[in-house]
Structures are given as structure tokens and as C-alpha cells.
Design a binder for this molecule. Structure first.
Ligand SMILES: *Cc1c(COP(=O)(O)O)cnc(C)c1O
Length: 357
């Protein structure tokens, strides 16, 4: 699919404003081709691409919710989403309550007459907790709520939420879908009915995708299947190595039997992903030393790309949290988050070995 680097297109009989082919209206050839691919990947009737994952998330939430509405959201959300819910949506009259995704029996107590939707993530950052996602979709259906899931950490290769009963899926396509850490992109998918409304909203909010990014996302998606397969295998090898290392207190990877949600992840997902975290016994000094010494892994935010990355949650996603908040989130000052890429697993393990030594 070539890049059609044009903001506007000659008329070919269109009569209404929303039929005019223009980049912001998401109906140009590169965008349409990509949206069809994403809908197919998510087994959804329709999909929309956006300029970033946050554009997909904010546009979707602002489409579904208006003043007076209430949202149930999984605690421990992606930082940008958390801030949107807690800082910005309340100013628009949209309230939320957090739910403990591990305790389905507690969700009903959080319902209010104005609850419209429930929002969860496929896996949490950085401890890779996995909720009973089918139960979330069923709960939503039973209480007439719209169910939304951020499927970034699973990717459509490992989990297909629409098939599990969710109404809407959002993605940071910056991560696994694009896969090469070279673009910012987002996506939303769901029924024709919902996606028509989300598309209307993105036309006004303006977070539409550029054709250059769409081209790279199309190219990235072509190799997503094999990338994910190899990244998951590499992550498993890395997790197993770390688990037996004397300086490591705990490894959080849903592919390991020691992970609290291993059985649930195995039941729901085709693969366990390439994200993991581990806690160093030596705490923050050890974590900082580890980051100084590591060579093949790059010290950088983001995830899901071909290159392996490490980051310390206390200096990124969990920055400025108090000791109590950190403890509640299960994150320690010595926690290292890892995104495992496509390098040779032996090279990755050798690098971890020397950095830990
Ligand atoms: C990165 C990320 C986002 C935000 O995506 P951007 O493409 O950076 O806007 C949202 N949710 C999750 C789970 C993410 O990892």
C-alpha cells in the first residue's frame, strides 16, 4: 500500500461534508486500507486509526461519556489514561470509580444509576496482572454497560477482545502493532454503530493519522505475527533466566507458573507477551547500577518494538508516588521493567548476566 501524501482529494461525486476525502476525516486511501486491516485483526466490524494511542483513548471516552456519566475503570491504568480520568474528565462532569479487576464480586457495589461503561487493560503495567477479561465483558453486558479494553499489552495476536465479548478495543499502535519504535499511532475498533460515532468525534478533536505513519503501521503489521512469536519466546527465556538468578527477588511474567495470574493468562491468551518486570534484592542502588551496566538493552520508555528496552518504574510510570502508593501498586524501588525485543535470546541473557554481576 503506497503513501498517498495528500491532505485533500478531488471530488468524485461526494455531496456531504463528511464524504469529502480529507486526511482529518479518515477516509483517504492509506487510512482506509489500514482501518480495514485493523478491523480484520480485531475481528471487529470497523476500526479507526488515530495519531496516537492517547488520541484513540481520549476520543473513544469522550464519544461514549458526557456530563453526569460515571465510568468504572480498572485500578492501575496506563498513566495517560489515569490522568485523563482523574484530572480532566471530572471537569467535564464525568466521574469514575476504580475497581479491583481481580475481584469480580466487588464490581457490583461500585455501580451507580449513571454508570455507562467499564474500562480495563489486557495486562497491567509493570506487573503484568491479568484480569478475568471474559468476566468483565459479561458483567458489562449484564448491567447494560459499554465495555472498553486497552489491548496494547496483549496485541491482537495474543488476545482478541471482541471475540471475548467486549464492545470496543483501543490500542497504542505505537507498540506491538507498529513494532519498530519509529511512529506514534493509535487505533480503536468495534461495531459499525460505535465506530461511526468515534469517527465523528475524531473529526472534531482532530487526532487523525498522517499517511506516513499509516504506511509504517501497515508495514509493521505485516510482520506482527512472527515478531510476537519470537518476542514471547525471548521473554520466556529471559524470565526463566532471571527467576533463577540469586540477585533477583521476584520475576513478574504471566508465562511463569509463579505469576499469580498465570492460569488466567494461559486460559485467555494465545501468548504471554514480551513485557516483564523483576525486583532486585539490592533495591534502588542495585537497580541504578544495573541500568548503568546494561548494554544491549536500551534504557528507554515505550515497549513492544524490535529492540529490548529497560526502564525503572519509579523514574517513569510510577514517578512521584509515595512509598505507600508504590507498595499498594506492588512496585519496589528495585523493580526493573523490561520490554523484550527480537535480539538473539543468548545475547540478551549474556547482557543481563554481566549487568547483574
Ligand atoms: C503507550 C500506551 C498508551 C499511550 O499510547 P501513545 O501511543 O503513547 O499515545 C496507552 N495505553 C497503553 C497500555 C500504553 O502502553
Amino acid at each position: 500500500m503506497p503513501i498517498f501524501q495528500s491532505a485533500t482529494y478531488e471530488y468524485s461525486g461526494e455531496l456531504g461534508y463528511h464524504d469529502v476525502r480529507y486526511l482529518r476525516t479518515n477516509n483517504t486511501p492509506t487510512q482506509l486500507a489500514l482501518q480495514a486491516k485493523l478491523a480484520a485483526l480485531e475481528a471487529a466490524e470497523a476500526a479507526l486509526v488515530t495519531a496516537s494511542g492517547m488520541a484513540a483513548i481520549s476520543t473513544t471516552l469522550l464519544t461514549l461519556l458526557s456530563a453526569g456519566d460515571h465510568l468504572l475503570a480498572q485500578s492501575c491504568l496506563y498513566g495517560g489514561t489515569h490522568d485523563l480520568l482523574t484530572r480532566d474528565l471530572p471537569a467535564l462532569g464525568i466521574r469514575h470509580d476504580f475497581i479491583d479487576a481481580d475481584r469480580p464480586d466487588s464490581w457490583r457495589d461500585r455501580l451507580t444509576p449513571n454508570t455507562r461503561a467499564v474500562y480495563v487493560e489486557a495486562m497491567t503495567n509493570p506487573l503484568l496482572e491479568v484480569a478475568d477479561l471474559k468476566a468483565v465483558a459479561e458483567f458489562a453486558r449484564a448491567h447494560n454497560l459499554i465495555s472498553i479494553i486497552d489491548n496494547t499489552f496483549a496485541s491482537p495476536v495474543n488476545f482478541r477482545p471482541i471475540e471475548a465479548g467486549f464492545d470496543l478495543v483501543v490500542h497504542s499502535a505505537t507498540k506491538y502493532l507498529a513494532g519498530h519504535s519509529d511512529i506514534i499511532a493509535g487505533a480503536a475498533a468495534g461495531s459499525q454503530k460505535w465506530m461511526a460515532r468515534v469517527r465523528q468525534m475524531v473529526i472534531y478533536l482532530g487526532g487523525s493519522m498522517d499517511p506516513g505513519a499509516a504506511f509504517l503501521l501497515i508495514r509493521g503489521i505485516k510482520t506482527m505475527g512472527v515478531r510476537l512469536q519470537q518476542q514471547c519466546a525471548n521473554a520466556m527465556a529471559v524470565a526463566k533466566f532471571l527467576e533463577q538468578h540469586p540477585k533477583v527477588a521476584h520475576v513478574h511474567y504471566p508465562g511463569l507458573k509463579s505469576h499469580a495470574d498465570h492460569a488466567l493468562a494461559k486460559k485467555q491468551m494465545k501468548g504471554f507477551g514480551s513485557m516483564l518486570a523483576f525486583d532486585l534484592k539490592g533495591g534502588l542502588p542495585a537497580a541504578r547500577k544495573f541500568c548503568d551496566r546494561i548494554q544491549l538493552f536500551l534504557l528507554a520508555a515505550s515497549l513492544g518494538g524490535v529492540e529490548s528496552l529497560v526502564v525503572l518504574p519509579i523514574y517513569s510510570s510510577h514517578y512521584k508516588m509515595s512509598a505507600r502508593e508504590l507498595a499498594a501498586a506492588g512496585v519496589t524501588p528495585g523493580t526493573v521493567r523490561v520490554s523484550v525485543g527480537l535480539e538473539d535470546a543468548h545475547d540478551l541473557i549474556a547482557d543481563l548476566q554481566q549487568a547483574l554481576a
